[in-house]
Each structure stands twice: as structure tokens, then as C-alpha cells.
Write a protein that binds this ligand. Structure first.
Ligand SMILES: [Zn+2]
Length: 460
């Protein structure tokens, strides 16, 4: 029927990041905005007269790359919507070139631990999303009977904690809970993700009751690398008993754990690892005291640790990079009193990740292709979206961003699109700016004109 005829959109640029190329190449991407899919990718530039009926975008020398897939985000709605929400969180994401995000199962009330709770999350999200949104489920003590039905309902995998999570409705699991959960998930294509910090009688850091709670060093001392290595020892031991199940370490901070991860992977276990923008760009010794905006768990560590994480990332021993955007209200972040020990742990990043990684990565010989691998391809694969997201190729969703690698971004409160404008990056000038973000072929964000159209994001 005539009214259903696809309206095509053509993207052409001297620099398109395509699979199989080490550098961006001149190319033309043809999109059917009716289906939201890329229909074809052609090498070389197109001229407008070739496609007289199409909407046309000539990005010139600006780079076209796939939208980012941020596989670790806390949107907190419903229940803690004053911390963050689908509307503000996905707008912040879109402004930074993220076109898909996967929401973590905790900090909303209820947590995503049953089908009924997942339905509540979806109902809260509908009509509010400026990016596509998928959901992780949660493993908590006693919910293992719900796991298979959550897989069937489309959750991308599961998250659990080995140490207290910070919210009472999402308790941590013991090894005995995990054995049952892993048996339930064996044979599925799902993935079980671990917040990998574990206190044991041997690694519990001594209490420093007299220590100043506003010093970053006090907090860093309370969460040593040994908490992460103890957790990862347990995880790899359990993994050997369930060797077909995919396991994943979220937000790795401790480089001391890398040998354990290397050994597990060398033995053939399907274990993947993510780290975060903040562990790669910040350094504990430069963190000002009295600033809980820098607090997250596990903590940001010293520069040599950061260098080791970069090294592992470049070697492929760490698979991907995510935000772990985990905000809260100012009162709980205790910014007025600078109480680092008492503050909520979580860093707000949505919208800044690509510029952060580019600014720091350029000093370390990183190419845009590497960032696409870590933040698009590998994160899509982690969430089971490798056939639709994270790559510019025919048949994939037309999630595309236009990126100016030279332009500066000055981070001010006014420039942030997430709800609570508390971030360790305020005041920084970063390099690389997202000019336009397209979701399924439709413009959703323009750096000059702001958000465009409707929240057309789908629930994945
Ligand atoms: Zn998290």
C-alpha cells in the first residue's frame, strides 16, 4: 500500500566505522525507517541525486559509528524514581550516543526478581524511553524458581551480589544459593553476572574507627582488592562445576584479579568481564577529599591499577566497558557534608562515556574502532543482542551516531541530562562530541536542537 511505503534515509560520510576495517572508511548506509533496519552498506560516498526521495545526511568528515550499548545502568524506576527514571536516564544516554541500555535489577522497587516485578518495570518504562531498553533479572536467596520464566520473558541475564548490595530488598547470595541458580540456568543461553566483592574472615579490612570519613583514602582502605580476588576465586571455582553456563564479572576494578580471570578463560570457561569508564579514567590519588561523587563499589584505585586495567582491556582480557550509572539523591550522596564513608556508592556517567573513553584512550593509542568493539560490539554480545545491535551492517537496527572527535565538551551541571546532577566529571573538558543520535533510523538527539520527536525506544 502506498501509505506504508518505506521512507528511506541515507547516511554518507568519509569516516564510517564498519566491521572488518581498522580505520573508519568512506561509506554510505541505507536505512528503511519503516522497519528501522539498515538495508545496505556501500563503500564510497553517495551523491544526493542517487537517492532523490530519501532523507539525506552527509556527515562530511565527521565519524558515523554504531550507537553504544550500555549493558550496566541503574534507572531505579519504579520505587526510587527520585534517584533516576526511564525518561531522564534514557535522554542522558541518547545525548551521549547510547542507543541501547540494559537496566540492572536492583534499586528500583520492586527489584526485577519475578515475572510480576518485571511486568511492573515494563509498565513503568513504556512510553518514556529515548533509547531501546532491555532488562537484567536478579538472583536473590529463594527466587530460583522464577529464573527460567524470567529467561522466557526476555531478561538478558541475571545479576547477583556476593556482598551486601546496599538495598535491603536485594540481598546477597551464598554459595549454596548459587549452586541452585546455576543449575536452573544451565542449558539456557542466559548469563549470570556477579558483583564480585566477598568478605571473608581473612580479607576483612581492620576497622579504623578513628579514621576520617570524609577522606577518600578511608573508603579505599575499607574495600581492598582482596575482596574482589576472594569473590573471583569463588566464582571461578563454581564455574568449573557448571562449565557450560556463561558467567560475567561486572565492574572489575582490581587488577590483582586478572591472573585468576586469565586462568579461568585459558581453561575454556565462558567467563566475560567488564570494567567501567570511571576505573579507566580516574585515579584515587587525584580524588579530592570530601567528595562522595567519586564513591562507588568497588572503588576507584591508584594509577598503576588503572594502567593494568587498560593493558588487560587492550589485550582482550577485559571484554567491554560500561557506565554502571548508579545515581541517588543529593541527601543520600551526602555532598553537603562530604561524608564519603556514609554516602551512597554509585557514579553518575550517562551521556559522558564515549567522550571520557576517547579523551583518556587517545593518550593511550586507542582508536575509535577499539571503543566500538568495547562499547558496542562486545556489550551487545554480552546482552545477547549481537544480531541486531552494536554493528553497522545490513539487517542490523539503524542505531547510528554522528561523532566529532575534535570537538570539546565542557561538563557543567547544565550540560547533564540525568536527574541528579552530581558527577565526578563536573568541570572537566572532554574531547569528542556526539552531534546526532539516531535510534532505528530516527533522529532522537541533536547537539544543537536537543531531543527530537517522541520517545520511540522499544523494550527489548
Ligand atoms: Zn551497578
Amino acid at each position: 500500500m502506498q501509505e506504508n511505503k518505506p521512507i528511506s534515509r541515507v547516511f554518507t560520510s568519509n569516516s564510517v566505522v564498519l566491521p572488518g576495517h581498522d580505520e573508519p572508511v568512506p561509506a554510505t548506509v541505507l536505512v528503511d525507517t519503516w522497519t528501522g533496519k539498515i538495508t545496505d552498506v556501500r563503500h564510497g560516498l553517495a551523491v544526493r541525486s542517487d537517492y532523490p526521495d530519501a532523507d539525506w545526511l552527509d556527515a562530511g568528515d565527521h565519524i558515523i559509528l554504531p550507537g553504544l550499548v550500555d549493558a550496566h545502568v541503574h534507572l531505579n524506576e519504579p520505587g526510587r524514581t527520585d534517584w533516576e527514571g526511564f525518561w531522564t536516564g534514557t535522554r542522558a544516554a541518547a545525548s551521549g550516543g547510547v542507543t541501547t541500555l540494559i537496566d540492572m535489577p536492583l534499586n528500583s522497587i520492586p527489584p526485577t526478581t519475578t515475572i510480576a516485578n518485571l511486568e511492573q518495570k515494563k509498565a513503568a518504562a513504556r512510553g518514556q524511553c529515548w533509547t531501546d531498553v532491555g532488562f537484567w533479572g536478579g538472583v536473590i536467596p529463594g527466587n530460583q524458581a522464577h529464573l527460567k520464566s524470567l529467561v522466557e520473558a526476555g531478561v538478558k541475564g541475571f545479576k547477583c551480589f556476593l556482598i551486601e548490595s546496599g538495598v535491603e530488598e536485594f540481598p546477597c547470595v551464598a554459595a549454596s544459593d548459587l549452586d541452585g541458580a546455576m543449575k536452573e540456568l544451565e542449558g539456557t543461553s542466559s548469563v549470570l553476572c556477579f558483583h564480585a566483592e566477598l568478605e571473608t574472615e581473612h580479607n576483612h579490612p581492620p576497622q579504623r574507627t578513628s579514621a576520617d570519613p570524609t577522606l577518600y583514602e578511608t573508603f579505599l582502605h575499607s574495600r581492598p582488592q582482596s575482596l574482589e580476588t576472594a569473590a573471583i576465586e569463588l566464582i571461578t571455582r563454581l564455574h568449573a562445576q557448571h562449565p557450560t553456563l556463561r558467567l560475567h564479572i561486572v565492574h572489575l576494578s582490581a587488577s590483582d584479579a586478572l591472573p585468576l580471570i586469565r586462568a579461568a578463560r585459558a581453561s575454556g570457561l565462558p567467563l566475560t568481564v567488564e570494567t567501567c569508564f570511571h576505573y579507566l579514567t580516574l585515579d584515587a590519588t587525584s580524588i579530592p577529599n570530601g567528595h562522595p561523587e567519586f564513591k562507588c563499589c568497588p572503588p576507584i584505585r591508584e594509577a598503576p591499577n588503572r594502567d593494568a586495567l587498560w593493558d588487560a582491556l587492550k589485550k582482550g582480557e577485559i571484554d567491554c566497558v560500561v557506565s554502571d550509572h548508579s545515581p541517588c539523591v543529593a541527601e543520600l550522596k551526602k555532598v553537603d557534608v562530604g561524608d564519603v564513608m556514609g554516602a551512597w556508592g554509585g557514579i553518575s556517567t550517562l551521556g559522558l562515556g564515549l567522550s571520557l573513553l576517547w579523551t583518556e584512550g587517545k593518550k593511550r593509542g586507542v582508536h575509535i574502532k577499539d571503543i566500538v568493539k568495547w562499547c558496542c560490539e562486545k556489550t551487545a554480545e554480552h546482552a545477547g543482542l549481537q544480531n541486531t545491535k552494536g554493528t553497522i551492517a545490513a539487517g542490523y537496527d539503524a542505531d547510528l551516531i554522528v561523532w566529532d572527535p575534535q570537538a570539546n565538551v565542557h561538563v557543567t551541571k547544565e550540560s547533564l541530562n540525568f536527574k541528579n546532577k552530581l558527577t565526578p566529571y563536573e568541570g572537566l573538558t572532554l574531547q569528542g562530541r556526539v552531534l546526532k543520535t539516531f535510534l532505528r533510523g530516527h533522529l532522537v538527539y541533536d547537539s544543537v536542537e536537543g531531543f527530537r520527536g517522541e520517545p520511540i525506544g522499544q523494550l527489548l
